[in-house]
Design a protein around this ligand. Structure first.
Ligand SMILES: [Zn+2]
Length: 360
């Protein structure tokens, strides 16, 4: 038996949730262009989608340039903040709506929002249901543009006794009173959806609701355009494994609201990504018992093939688009000119500007 399952080609799978974390990989001495093509091929993906990270202004540029070099790539762009905490009165022509329009003109397929992740939220402390974002969400709802949003984090991250040392080291312990409580963030999203009930939005990482799935069911029943992805967070697969009958029924019923993704990063260990694909596929498509996240013995729920295909392919296509949008090179060049002064890392700056010269 091969070590890891290779996805069947006819599944036409799409990894809907990938990132470019660093623009250059020392070990293999390669830059990010082409960074996922090997991954796509060896796992038989029909497509991949890269979501920008708001940490650096260079990320939108990198993701868009990736798309120029590899047109069969979907991409989600993110809002860039000129300074943090952001001074709303000095935002000028970098308000969320203007940036959204710029990204659509460039040819992004959707918007990635990490603003609801507690450590990111803390930097700006601007409620997602506030006036600051209102024109942006109104326009997105009207256009039906897809949003991939990371909201909150696992509940244990607020609990000093439960959060792991590994997560603490990453700065993901939120119980010291300086972070927004998770319930308050959920309330912001409740308000946002009430105001914009047609938002085409995928809440990443199962909306961190694997311990409280009724919350998700309520949202699914109320808002027809809300999906979740099952990008790990291992804790969610531990909850699935520990409640096998419940989740078998859940996924049989809500299979059309679930999207596949791995949260893979460039550069990242090839083996780790293949492992993720294998374990997620095994869970949904087989009835095998295997060791999965956090060394939990997990039994697959073996959904009917058509439902597996929805999760691994069609649900993403339905929300984002049949094929990736092409990049408008002129618009991208204009964007790089406008925002390149925000790139703080000199190597990133040099790489982006030289690739732009070559590819645009
Ligand atoms: Zn992610």
């Amino acid at each position: 038996m091969a070590k890891y399952i290779t996805l069947p080609k006819e599944l036409e799978a799409i990894d809907g949730h990938l990132h470019i974390h660093k623009l250059y990989e020392e070990e293999r001495q390669m830059n990010f262009i082409g960074g996922y093509e090997w991954y796509k091929e060896r796992n038989n993906f029909r497509g991949i989608s890269i979501a920008s990270l708001p940490r650096k202004a260079s990320n939108n540029m990198a993701v868009a340039l990736y798309k120029v070099a590899n047109p069969n790539t979907y991409a989600h762009g993110c809002i860039v903040y000129p300074h943090s905490p952001v001074d709303v009165s000095k935002i000028g022509d970098m308000d969320p709506l203007t940036q959204y329009k710029e990204m659509m003109e460039i040819g992004f397929d959707g918007i990635k929002m990490l603003e609801g992740k507690p450590e990111v939220y803390k930097k700006n402390w601007i409620p997602l249901d506030s006036d600051f974002y209102e024109p942006f969400f109104s326009q997105i709802e009207k256009d039906g543009t897809h949003i991939l949003a990371h909201i909150n984090d696992p509940e244990s991250f607020w609990d000093g006794d439960k959060v792991s040392d590994e997560h603490k080291a990453k700065g993901w312990y939120y119980g010291d009173g300086t972070y927004l409580p998770s319930e308050d963030m959920y309330k912001q999203i409740d308000n946002l959806l009430a105001k914009h009930p047609l938002l085409n939005i995928t809440l990443a990482h199962f909306y961190f609701c694997s311990g409280k799935p009724q919350k998700l069911i309520d949202i699914f029943e109320k808002y027809k355009n809300v999906n979740v992805d099952v990008t790990p967070g291992g804790e969610m697969f531990v909850d699935f494994a520990n409640n096998p009958e419940y989740y078998k029924e859940f996924f049989n019923k809500y299979y059309d609201r679930i999207e596949f993704g791995t949260d893979g990063d460039f550069p990242r260990c090839v083996e780790a990504m293949d492992w993720l694909v294998d374990r997620i596929y095994r869970y949904f498509a087989t009835d095998e018992t295997f060791m999965a996240f956090e060394d939990t013995l997990t039994t697959g729920i073996k959904l009917p093939y058509e439902k597996v295909k929805r999760i691994f392919s069609y649900n993403f296509v339905e929300r984002v688009g049949k094929t990736p949008r092409p990049i408008n090179k002129e618009a991208l060049a204009k964007y790089i000119d406008k925002y390149k002064h925000l790139i703080t890392d000199k190597e990133d700056y040099d790489l982006i500007t030289s690739l732009a010269k070559k590819l645009l």
